[in-house]
Design a protein around this ligand. Sequence first.
Ligand SMILES: Cc1ncc(COP(=O)(O)O)c(C=O)c1O
Length: 381
Amino acid sequence: MMSHISEYSSLRRAAYVLDEQKLIANLKLIRRVRDEAGISIILALKGFAMWRMFPLVAKYLDGATASSLYEARLIHEEMGCNAHTYCAAYLDDEFDELSAISEHMVFNSVGQYLHFRDKLQASYPHISPGLRVNPGFSKVEVDMYNPTAPGSRLGIDADRLADGLPGGIEGLHFHALCENDSYDLEETLAAFEQRFGHLIPKVKWINMGGGHLMTRKGYDTDHLIRLLKAFKEKNNVDIILEPGSAIAWQTGDLVAHIVDIVDNHNIKTLMTDVSFTAHMPDTLEMPYRPMIEGTIQEDTPYRYRIGGTSCLSGDFMYEYNFEKEPAIGDQLVFKDMIHYTIVKTTMFNGVRHPDIYLLKQNGELVCQRRFTYEDYKNRMN
Ligand SMILES: Cc1ncc(COP(=O)(O)O)c(C=O)c1O
């Protein structure tokens, strides 16, 4: 495993470090898929919203998708374009502001579309409206991340659209994947076509959501390209993909430090300056076990739990085996901690939020943001 010890040695406080070169490599790969398949690919802000990188992202992708007014504003202000917007439920008192900075608006129910349709047609004719549908099929096994799970509130069921689409709808959207491959998309597309095939000739565009992890090693991008091209040719529609994870996949780390070592009931725990619940919430929510540099699968004499810095009892990871004996002051590098981390962090317990750094292509480490007490205080009142 490549070590970042020298690159990160100047960091004294916990920090997320985004590696610019790795981000560019992902963007180039995604751009190739876009060009060869003849589709649009936009960034899902929910997974990655480091807006200082938006001008770079905009060089390779076709814009971004928002799931709220604030995400749409960030796209508008920092990427310089209107958002492709989908909100699970649009709010009356935000709708005008949101419409003014969106280009597509996707509705989660026929009722919400009808509620806003007259306003859209009268005041925001530049917007192309769509409906989110539920393909009723997903390869995602964890219900927390499966929008098609029984009883899901996300997306319209096929039987509700048996009589066709309400007037004015120009697109369909489905999102049913999470860290999946193109073969999972192929199966999902078959389910989508089976349930909603009668509506496809009526629309101009189809948004196939996110979860396409095309930057993961081993992903068959050529198969993805063939699949999308064939779908596009057969149905004569524009295709949009809106991945989040794929853009920031393996583009950086969370660098932490060992602050103390406690030994209770024969369990040794490395106490750190980061928190799983506050800074890596998916490790507890998904849940998954993050990779830590310098640890291996096999047993070693250096077996330690990793303790988060909050007082939540479950804010820890079970034992890791270290190759070398860890010591107070050492750095702990949690791998692949850029997507779905910074966007989800909290200041629970008032724990210090990690800094955000950029590792530039020339090797320079630049601090982009340091969080302060005021950030914590201002959220509370
Ligand atoms: C509607 C929608 N689009 C896109 C995405 C991005 O998915 P991913 O980051 O897995 O590519 C999500 C993730 O939850 C989503 O809910």
